[in-house]
Design a protein around this ligand. Structure first.
Ligand code: DC
Length: 226
């Protein structure tokens, strides 16, 4: 079962990224962070001084950008046109605009094609918003992670603090609410659990506990050696 394809979806700060990375390590699979791809396009749009609201120009940028991901010493790196942008794509400016860019079907088309290519041979843990429902509907195992808004605000504030960035909880709350709204209400591949997803509420769980729950479920479905 080494070629398992695992899809992990959920709202911002629900614990997807950390869980996907640990799961990938434990199972010897390759992690793919699709949110980072939407962020990389957004970063380029902002750097070029293009208005994220200008759909035509943004789609043009997406078509002309080369995005790649690679695990370096256990850390997943995202490259945009050959540049390592793993840090730059986490800036508050990118976080604020990424949902607008991710709404455009033209942008999604480009990135979904790349995501499917990365997953075509299996052996991947792909995290995002529409992986189980749209990008990889035949994934072997789909997880949908969720957590209360208050808990997600707490996690995001802590994460930013660890990076030396001070943010106000109120601002983080507003940003998460806005992104939840845009991500869930867009007409093309919105954020929602797949019918066959294993839904996991992580509000009361530590990272270890959430990973363990997923490992238990994997064992239940695929036996001792998933
Ligand atoms: O997971 P993240 O916060 O890095 O994702 C950034 C944004 O990208 C998120 O607000 C919605 C969008 N996104 C998406 O629309 N589809 C995906 N598969 C992944 C992310």
């Amino acid at each position: 079962m080494k070629n398992l394809t695992i899809a992990i979806d959920g709202p911002a700060a629900s614990g997807k990224s950390t869980t996907a990375k640990i799961l990938a390590q434990k199972l010897g699979l390759t992690p793919v962070d699709t949110g980072a791809m939407y962020r990389a396009i957004t970063l380029k749009v902002l750097r070029l001084g293009i208005d994220p609201g200008d759909e035509e120009k943004v789609v043009e940028v997406a078509k002309e950008t080369e995005i790649w991901q690679k695990c370096v010493d256990g850390v997943l790196k995202t490259y945009m046109d050959g540049e390592d942008v793993s840090e730059a794509i986490r800036s508050p400016e990118v976080s604020e605009k990424v949902s607008i860019v991710a709404r455009y079907p033209g942008v999604r088309k480009v990135l979904v094609k790349l995501q499917r290519k990365l997953a075509e041979k299996g052996g991947v843990v792909v995290e995002g918003r529409d992986i189980g429902t749209f990008v990889l509907p035949d994934a072997d195992f789909k997880v949908f992670m969720k957590a209360s808004l208050e808990e997600r605000v707490k996690r995001r504030v802590k994460e930013m603090k660890e990076k030396g960035i001070e943010v106000s909880p109120q601002k983080v709350r507003e940003e998460l609410q806005m992104r939840d709204r845009i991500d869930s209400s867009r007409s093309f591949a919105p954020l929602k659990p797949a019918d066959d997803a294993y839904v996991l509420d992580t509000t009361e769980l530590t990272i270890d506990q959430q990973v363990q729950k997923i490992m238990d479920e994997l064992k239940r479905r695929f036996g001792d050696d998933p």
